[in-house]
Design a protein around this ligand. Structure first.
Ligand code: ZN
Ligand code: ZN
Length: 577
């Protein structure tokens, strides 16, 4: 399947020059990717590779065996390259590919979520993507949609056969998500057909097939609802699986346990700093009123007071539009890194099909569309109840709104994305490391404040600490729940009293941690690793250290695990620009 032109590393005699073949490695990568997409058509569609849009694989033992074969063949092929002879960029690609293949094996052989996670069976996301993303003419996309529907009834029939003792929370989630998205096939597809000149007879075939799919999805959810499950598997992943999943997904130099321990220390440190600032600010906001003796109560009162400074509901988007240029100017004035004026950020109202996600989010160009636009999607608060809008705006108050824009846009996710798109590697985009992405965004929040953003106001720092506690507590929560036995009650208590979250946010977080694992640790783990790397880099380069140079060099490797970037950055002597 894969044309292999690399040299065998153990052919003997010729030493390191044998594998020194970056050109061969690049050819291999391209073949690897096409083979990967053929095996994972859904993933391919979502990254903008549309050759296999019409394919839908049946989830069963046979397809898992094929995936295992694929992983084995590719791991073999990789092993024929001498990794140390490749360039830094290719070396990182190599390690990311290897990790991804081993992760795939582990998921099938150890994790076995196909037996206990009914929400892993859902065809709708890809159909929604085909319908909503304008990458090809509508008629073409609708015909692919039609082709792809062929296997849907069989897909759900096989899904039922795979499920053994499902997690109750994931069963509910599967019902909610499959029914929640069924409109895409039941309604949106037919609506889109009407906008085309596809012949009526063909349209009839298409809508008939859609009806069969809707039936299949609904009967899957009915089957799940009726499923007798006297001894459901716990939603907790367990210590061993958790450590392994953390290893493959986060790709950290530390274990999950070590990161958890660091997060616990960080929480203590933040509480200490927050208490100091709150004591200092107290007279300014509360005059001679008696200061609470409990420091958590004191901090909470201070945060509550500062949260009342916020924009009006109809000013949310315009406030963001005004902030971005200020952030750009600050980054330039302080010479933190180079911004590329040819890749502007477009701030827009959140498109309808995304509505209901977060208040603001980034969507950057995909791996196969690197010239595409970067959008900052801002949700509208129109139509919200007064109470809901007020609570939301208190959360995204004057201080946090600025931090949100740093995190999402400048110099957070958007800027990282622009740099990543200059790294030519598709591998780094499609296997992009979540901890590096989130870690960078969190790192930039602190970097901006450290350089005087917000005029060193203690209010700003206190509110950043509050926001930062969210990342830290996400890690503590995720580990304690999945590797330990933290109860819902304990979790809500920690989030509301120690991380100063509103009840609604804490409830939402509990729901998230009961249907996901590991991802919540990415923010703090990535942040910590970048801070550690920067310290090590400073030591290495001594007097020649420049923040700008560190930032740009770090970003130049693309969305790779911090651990691999660290290997590359600390290995070589720094080259002056
Ligand atoms: Zn208010
Ligand atoms: Zn983020």
């Amino acid at each position: 399947m894969v044309a292999l032109t690399g040299c065998k590393k153990d052919m003997g005699g010729s030493g390191p020059m044998m594998g020194k073949d970056d050109a061969a490695f690049t050819i291999y990568e391209n073949n690897f990717l096409d083979a990967l997409w053929k095996r994972n058509p859904d993933w391919a569609t979502s990254v903008g590779y549309h050759k296999y849009d019409s394919l839908l694989y049946i989830p069963n033992e046979q397809s898992r065996q094929k995936m295992l074969e694929f992983a084995k063949v590719e791991i073999d092929s990789l092993s024929r390259f001498e990794v140390n002879s490749l360039t830094d960029a290719n070396k990182i690609d190599y390690k990311m590919m290897q990790n991804q293949l081993e992760y795939a094996q582990w998921q099938i052989q150890q994790l076995k979520a196909y037996e206990w996670d009914p929400s892993s069976y859902n065809v709708i996301g890809t159909f929604a993507y085909i319908l909503n993303e304008h990458y090809a003419p509508l008629t073409k996309r609708l015909r692919n949609f039609y082709q792809r529907m062929t296997n849907v009834p069989l897909y759900y029939k096989e899904a039922q056969k795979q499920i053994k003792n499902p997690v109750a929370e994931l069963t509910s989630l599967a019902i909610e998500q499959n029914l929640g998205g069924v409109d895409v096939i039941e309604k949106d597809f037919a609506d889109s057909l009407k906008k085309t000149d596809i012949p009526k007879a063909e349209q009839k075939l298409m809508t008939d097939r859609a009806a069969l799919c809707v039936q299949a999805i609904k009967s899957y959810t009915e089957w799940l609802k009726a499923l007798k499950n006297d001894h459901p598997r716990s939603f907790r992943l367990g210590k061993d699986l958790y450590e392994d999943k953390f290893k493959y997904e986060i790709v950290s130099a530390s274990s999950a346990q070590q990161v958890f321990n660091a997060a616990v220390q960080r929480k203590k440190y933040l509480h200490g700093e927050m208490a100091k600032i709150s004591r200092q600010l107290w007279p300014k906001y509360f005059g001679s009123k008696t200061m609470p003796t409990d420091t958590l109560v004191l901090i909470s009162a201070m945060i509550d007071t500062l949260s009342s400074k916020h924009v009006k509901p109809n000013e949310f988007q315009s406030a963001i539009e005004q902030l971005i240029p200020k952030l750009n100017t600050f980054v330039k004035t302080k010479d933190l890194l180079t911004l590329d004026p040819t890749k502007p950020l477009i701030i827009r109202k959140e498109p309808g099909y995304m509505a209901g996600v977060a208040g603001a989010s980034m969507s950057g160009p995909g791996p196969y569309d690197k010239a595409g636009n970067s959008y900052f999607n801002v949700g509208s608060l129109s139509g919200w109840s007064k109470e809901k809008a007020e609570s939301y705006l208190r959360e995204y108050n004057q201080y946090i709104l600025q931090i949100l824009c740093i995190h999402e846009a400048v110099p957070g996710h958007y800027v990282q994305g622009v740099y990543a798109n200059k790294a030519p590697s598709i591998i780094k985009s499609v296997f992009g490391n979540g901890a590096m992405n989130e870690g960078w965004a969190v790192y930039t929040e602190q970097m901006m404040l450290d350089n005087g953003y917000g005029n060193n106001e203690p209010e700003m720092l206190l509110m950043w600490y509050k926001w930062h506690l969210r990342s830290v507590c996400n890690t503590i929560l995720d580990y304690s729940v999945h590797s330990g036995s933290m109860t819902k009650e304990q979790a809500i208590k920690m989030l509301t009293t120690e991380a100063f979250q509103q009840q609604a946010e804490a409830d939402g977080k509990w729901k998230r941690v009961s249907v996901s694992s590991v991802q919540l640790t990415s923010y703090y783990t990535g942040y910590k690793e970048i801070m550690d790397l920067r310290e090590a880099y400073k030591l290495k380069v001594g007097d020649k250290y420049k923040l700008k140079e560190f930032n740009e060099k770090f970003l130049s490797y693309g969305s790779a695990p911090v651990k691999f970037i660290k290997d590359a950055m600390l290995a070589k002597a720094p080259v002056a620009k």
